[in-house]
Design a protein around this ligand. Structure first.
Ligand SMILES: [Zn+2]
Length: 243
């Protein structure tokens, strides 16, 4: 059953404070873990209808680009519907070593991804992201990019929650809305059980030591994150409280 899209309502009054840096915590050393067989096929419906069940570097790169392009398509429409002009993030930067990329003078650590408001870019540990992609599935990339892009949207809308965890759970809700709305619009295809696999996969990855992107203190418990994501996925942006 189609679900009506909720229009993004832009707050009339803006808070001056900006999100300095989303998702960054203390760098940790990655730990070798066995791979899980679970796959979560999710594809950009328009241009890549046949990709399913593989986990190559090429597919990873294609998913990253598709997730970015669809995020920009999604937010362009939402901003348009509110009479605003959307500006995409300046760059998407993969990195392989700790300190290779810095945000406002702070080095980005391993096992993480972040939106940096100082340079208006999203950066991610490519080895960590690729490992999670192979273990959790394609949906992880859309979730990751959707979440980090949501931090860029928060900055553009001048949304600053009182607590970091609220900022993070709102980004999870927005990531859910981005994936759910694109699926309802026929721009993204999820197979039955994909979301359950995504939740289970995120739980498994997040439980491992040395995973700043999943740090409960900063991002919420897996249950809180899953609930926030599901709210957005099922009900679009309305439960994300952007206004
Ligand atoms: Zn975040």
């Amino acid at each position: 059953m189609p679900v009506p899209r909720n229009r993004l309502v832009i707050p009339a009054l803006c808070v001056a404070a900006l999100v300095a840096l989303g998702c960054v915590a203390a760098p940790q050393t990655p730990s070798g873990q066995p791979q899980r067989p679970a796959r979560t096929p999710i594809t950009a419906a328009s241009d890549r209808p046949d990709i399913d069940g593989t986990d190559t570097v090429e597919e990873f790169r294609a998913d990253v680009e598709a997730a970015r392009a669809l995020a920009e398509e999604y937010w362009t429409k939402e901003f348009d519907s509110s009479g605003l002009t959307f500006q995409p993030v300046a760059e998407l930067i993969p990195y392989a070593e700790e300190g290779e990329v810095a945000c406002g003078g702070q080095a980005l650590g391993l096992n993480n991804a972040a939106y940096c408001s100082a340079g208006d870019f999203i950066a991610y540990d490519i080895d960590w992201a690729f490992t999670a992609f192979r273990r959790v599935g394609d949906a992880f990339i859309f979730y990751l990019l959707g979440h980090e892009y949501a931090h860029a949207i928060q900055r553009r809308l001048r949304i600053q929650q009182q607590f970091t965890i609220e900022q993070e759970l709102q980004a999870d809700c927005m990531a859910g809305a981005y994936i759910g709305d694109l699926e309802k619009a026929g721009r993204l295809r999820l197979d039955d059980g994909d979301l359950e696999e995504l939740a289970a996969g995120l739980d498994a990855v997040g439980d491992e030591p040395g995973q700043p992107w999943f740090a409960e203190g900063a991002h919420g418990t897996p249950k809180q994150r899953t609930r926030a994501f599901s709210n957005g996925y099922n009900r679009s942006l309305e439960p994300c409280n952007l206004s």
